[in-house]
Design a protein around this ligand. Sequence first.
Ligand SMILES: [Zn+2]
Length: 284
Amino acid sequence: MFWFTVNNLEISNRLINVQLQLKVMDKYVNLVYIPGHSGITGNDLADEKARKLACSISCGNTEATENVTVSDVYKLITEIATRSWQRKWHEDSTGRATYSFIPDVGTKVTFPKTREIGVSYCRILLHDTMSNDDAFRTGIADTYMCDCGHERETVEHVLLRCPRHAEARSIMKNNLSDIWNNVNVRRRHKRNLEINESFLLMPFNYNYSDVYRKEDYYVKETLFEFLSTVMRCGGKGYFAECGLRNAESCQRVICGKFDADFFCGMKGKVRNESMRNVTGMNIY
Ligand SMILES: [Zn+2]
């Protein structure tokens, strides 16, 4: 239901015409009358902005285009969808571990060429790894402690503190120092590098300005190198597939306890489909 004054009859006819054209394309649009000056804050605001813009157009201060290109519409839709997605991501109560690494939706994340390391990295970002801390939480491991006995086997512990990976970590730190020196040279003032989990996992987001894309790539390479060096369970990646292909895995599945070992007995499409169901992500 809508209503226009006689002066706006032409606009009304044009809108109806567009509506009919869209209908032919199986796109249905309802034209509704939204009252201004009705005390609804959002409506009044939109009404005021529309009035100002209309004045500006009639005075010749603003140029109103007759046609909107498809690419403009795509751009607009993308902006609206991204804003909506971002708002949801800010306000959501789940996925907060991932949010702490990637607060901005649409962030391009560098992945390694090796699929296994990529799966490990992805699971680290999802806070769903085979480390004891995660595995205990999901009911797979009997303890959250690291085998080294020092503390919980969190991803942070493995990356930064576990004495069992001191050698691989030392290589990683040396590489990171070289990269950071370049950052300092470019920035023309020295700043000490604090190697933390956030820097390693999403270097580009580190303080939002210090690390360039190219350096992000180098830091990631160093991280992926570390991930491929620290092994357990049949020589597979540390944080994802552990290589178990025995009755124990099946037992866990039958018991209804999902775990990453479940994927080890699967191949190709079936495994990707299962992983997609669990993570909700497209796995290629
Ligand atoms: Zn440890």
